[in-house]
Design a protein around this ligand. Structure first.
Ligand code: OSB
Ligand code: MG
Length: 370
């Protein structure tokens, strides 16, 4: 594989419904799309999954754009490798910036699968063409608003409900949700809003029989999480601090949590996701695919990687229409009434790109050549 050209496109799309986490509220997304072209003119598409500001991780739209343009593209362009699995190696010299790397890396996987004429999910080694879908519901203005949203998602068939929590939106909210829906598969994600000083409060969530408590403590911590896990019954799911297979290995060894939310962007792409999936499978740690409010392109990559054997719990990959008035792929991502998504059977990501729509939404673009 020899990449000759990398095109970056930034698009702006309003969310159907605002999304609020413990670190802030988003109404509109700015998304960097990556198109790679090889020496024979084959193309592949990826998405940089960073947010508009460095609230979830250090990366954000401005850093992603600059890092690809100035640092990562020159490391990849014109450098021949055997396969897409080796693209991450070309960028290894640059530290961090994994979401930016993942934009390029996943695009190369799409390109390679298209070249081979196989669906990306198969090319990645997927085994379950149909995956289980859950939803992530942000912090709302009122508890009745949240209960209404949960009712809608359950009626749509989703297999589990995740709600975002923060110290101002936690115990009483969970209590009301459990009163209304005593038996649903329910979990909570704190996005690092607590410290060990809050241990009594975190312990009190045990009464809600949550499937898991996602990332209660610091975004870069796996030590305090191990202390917390020893004190609470609810399984801890790690998100933010797991950026590589080495991080996963250490967290498993320390017993920092019992489940991992695996995100392509956070770990640098499909190749690292595959490594983490394998280590987790060997150690009986379930993984599930997280989301970053992706457009259809990132969503398609999430569906493909979710078909690997270790992805044994419903993920945050849900229907396009929950996020977008019109998605940039066709068909849009749809979830069946039994709460599943079936990976497409056509080559690569398996969805068509709506080029005209992307053009209308574009706020800047650039072409980087070798
Ligand atoms: O912590 O999983 C998270 C969205 C943005 C940043 C972080 C997270 C999330 C989500 C949304 O939970 C998942 C989705 O629906 O895409
Ligand atoms: Mg999370």
């Amino acid at each position: 594989m020899l990449i000759r050209e990398i095109k970056l496109v930034e698009i702006k799309m309003p969310l159907v419904h605002f999304f609020e986490t413990s670190f802030g509220r988003t109404y509109e997304r700015s998304i960097i799309l990556v198109r790679v072209t090889d020496s024979d003119g084959g193309t592949g598409w990826g998405e940089v999954t960073c947010g508009e500001s460095p609230g979830y991780s250090e990366e954000w739209t401005g850093s992603g754009w600059a890092t690809i343009e100035k640092i990562l593209a020159p490391l990849v362009l014109g450098h021949e490798v055997d396969s897409a699995a080796d693209i991450a190696g070309l960028m290894k010299w640059a530290r961090g910036n994994r979401m930016a790397k993942s934009g390029i890396e996943t695009a190369c996987w799409d390109l390679e699968a298209k070249r081979l004429g196989v669906p990306l999910w198969q090319h990645l080694g997927g085994v379950n063409r149909t995956i289980e879908s859950g939803v992530s519901i942000g912090i709302q203005d009122t508890i009745p608003d949240l209960l209404d949203l949960i009712r809608i998602e359950l009626a749509a068939g989703y297999r589990r409900i995740k709600i975002k929590i923060s110290p101002r939106w936690d115990y009483d909210v969970l209590k009301e949700v459990r009163r209304e829906f005593p038996d649903i598969p329910l979990m909570a994600d704190a996005n690092s809003a607590y410290t060990l000083a809050d241990i009594e409060r975190l312990k009190s969530f045990d009464e809600f029989n949550l499937m898991m408590l996602e990332q209660p403590l610091a975004h870069d911590d796996i030590i305090d999480h191990a202390k917390l896990q020893a004190e609470i019954k609810t399984p801890i799911c790690l998100d933010e601090p797991i950026k590589s297979v080495e991080d996963a290995r250490k967290a498993i060894e320390l017993r920092s949590g019992r489940i991992i939310n695996l995100k392509n962007g956070r770990v640098g792409g499909h190749t690292e996701s595959k490594k983490i999936e394998a280590v987790c499978r060997e150690n009986n740690i379930p993984v599930w695919c997280g989301g970053m409010l992706e457009s259809g392109i990132g969503r398609a990559h999430n569906i493909a990687i979710s078909t690997l054997a270790g992805y044994t719990m419903p993920g945050d990959v849900s229907a396009s229409k929950r996020y977008w008035h019109e998605d940039i792929i066709t068909p849009e991502v749809e979830v069946s009434s039994d709460g599943t998504i079936t990976a497409p059977d056509s080559p690569g990501i398996g969805f068509e790109i709506k080029h005209d729509l992307i053009q209308k939404l574009t706020t800047r673009e650039t072409m980087i050549l070798s």
